[in-house]
Design a protein around this ligand. Structure first.
Ligand SMILES: C[S@@+](CC[C@H](N)C(=O)[O-])C[C@H]1O[C@@H](n2cnc3c(N)ncnc32)[C@H](O)[C@@H]1O
Length: 420
């Protein structure tokens, strides 16, 4: 069992949070089996799925002999129950298959499912993201993608590989890096999967800073590996801003799209902006929000003093209150993520003094945005279930993608592959 400790910033205080990954592939195999019963892919997961069902049945009925036949029947029965309670089931008649790597809470999955894609494999090692993923898609992601055991569960013959992988430097001395120079990084794992599975298209997403990371060498290496070593057609990557695709969030990300040489595709256009009109007010909660989101007077004072100190030194670090007709800053999970997107909402404080866990609440109506508002900033619909603590939810939405920007690009990819 592996243990990972994350540091969370909650209201200016740092907390250690243990994120334990039990590294057990059986529950993931089980849900992947159920979700793929209509296509050949389920055979990849059958052995583990059966053994998992047997384990469960043995626990439930310790005195009974659980045979393979009984387990198979139970699996068939479970397939009936599938999709009953999840808000985002797989499309009924899928037109193409994709895999969702570094899946987080499934931003890519939502976008590709909206285009009638069937997700046939997903990997994410964070325990809490897996909970959100399961609650919304009914599927449990496999764990650590760097492990050969995890990679072995990836089926053949899917059309698109999606990955929003964390950015890491490669240790290349001078020359343009190739496949072997990326060994030990998460990009190497992505490249290895592409090499082995040869998907028709790939869609990678990363922070805008990837462009200048390590003086541009990181991106140059990624492109070199994709183009030269893996022989994909990869047009110039594009910086896409979420605010141009129907959400009021200034979030710039780099998108890298590529096509297998056998597709014959030699040109690609990233999507043009679809909707720049939405403003903060469009995503704010209609009802009064809980007092816990309001900042205490002491915290606001601290933020103001801090900002004044930094501004006098010439840098604009600090909190920011976004006007109702404005655009939010990018939601991010660390640092001052929440304080950079404060809003005015005096529906709570214009009556009488109120207190919350941090003390007396400010009378100006300054509050943090709620996790649901962050979900909306990322284009997640309101029936997307939030089943984790606020701290985890902020982290998950901050780490995720702006779904409409992903979907607009995915649509262009699918158009090119002609599997609409
Ligand atoms: C930038 S986030 C991607 C979020 C995702 N695109 C979404 O829509 O929510 C990267 C994710 O990769 C996961 N991750 C990092 N290393 C991993 C590994 N070795 N195996 C599986 N998941 C990993 C992290 O837990 C994190 O959720």
């Amino acid at each position: 069992m592996k243990e990972r400790i994350d540091i969370e910033n909650i209201d200016g205080q740092l907390f250690e949070i243990k994120v334990v990954d039990p590294d057990n592939s059986k529950p993931a195999s089980f849900t992947h089996y159920l979700h793929n019963h209509k296509n050949g892919v389920s055979q990849f997961y059958k052995k583990d799925a059966l053994s998992y069902v047997k384990e469960i049945l043995k626990k439930e009925y310790p005195t009974e002999k659980i045979t393979n036949q009984i387990a198979e029947e139970a699996l068939r029965y479970l397939i009936f129950d599938l999709n009953k309670s999840v808000p985002f089931p797989a499309p009924e008649k899928p037109k193409f298959k994709f895999i969702d790597l570094f899946a987080g809470i499934g931003g890519f999955r939502l976008a590709f499912q909206n285009l009638k894609g069937k997700c046939v494999f997903t990997s994410e090692w964070d325990k809490y993201s897996k909970q959100t993923y399961k609650a919304n898609f009914g599927e449990i992601p496999f764990g650590d993608i760097t492990k050969p055991e995890t990679k072995n569960y990836i089926p053949d013959n899917f059309d698109v590989l999606c990955a929003g992988f964390p950015c890491q430097a490669f240790s290349i001395a001078g020359r343009r890096g190739g496949f072997e120079d990326t060994r030990g990084t998460l990009f190497f794992d992505v490249a290895e999967i592409i090499k082995k599975k040869q998907p028709k298209a790939i869609f990678l997403e990363n922070v805008k800073g990837l462009r200048n990371h390590d003086k541009g060498k990181t991106l140059a290496t990624i492109l070199n590996v994709l183009r030269e070593d893996l022989d994909y057609y990869v047009p110039e990557p594009q910086i896409i801003n979420a605010k141009e695709f129907g959400v009021p969030q200034n979030r710039e990300r780099i998108f890298i799209v590529g096509f297998h040489k056998d597709t014959g595709i030699k040109d690609f256009e990233y999507p043009k902006p679809t909707n720049k009109e939405r403003v903060l007010e469009d995503v704010l909660e209609q009802n009064k929000v809980s007092v816990k989101y309001y900042l205490s007077t002491t915290y606001i004072d601290t933020l103001r003093k801090h900002k004044a100190r930094h501004e006098s030194k010439g840098n604009g670090f600090g909190y920011e209150i976004i006007p109702n007709d404005g655009t939010a800053n990018a939601v991010v999970c660390g640092g001052m993520g929440r304080e950079r997107n404060l809003v005015f909402d005096d529906r709570l404080t214009n009556f009488k003094p109120v207190t919350n866990i941090s003390g007396k609440v400010n009378r100006e109506g300054i509050r943090k945005m709620t996790p649901r508002e962050w979900a909306r900033l990322q284009g997640f619909p309101d029936n997307f279930k939030i089943v984790v603590s606020d701290a985890q939810a902020y982290k998950q939405f901050g780490n995720s993608v702006a779904v409409p920007a992903i979907q607009a690009t995915a649509e262009k990819i699918i158009e090119k592959l002609s599997c609409k």
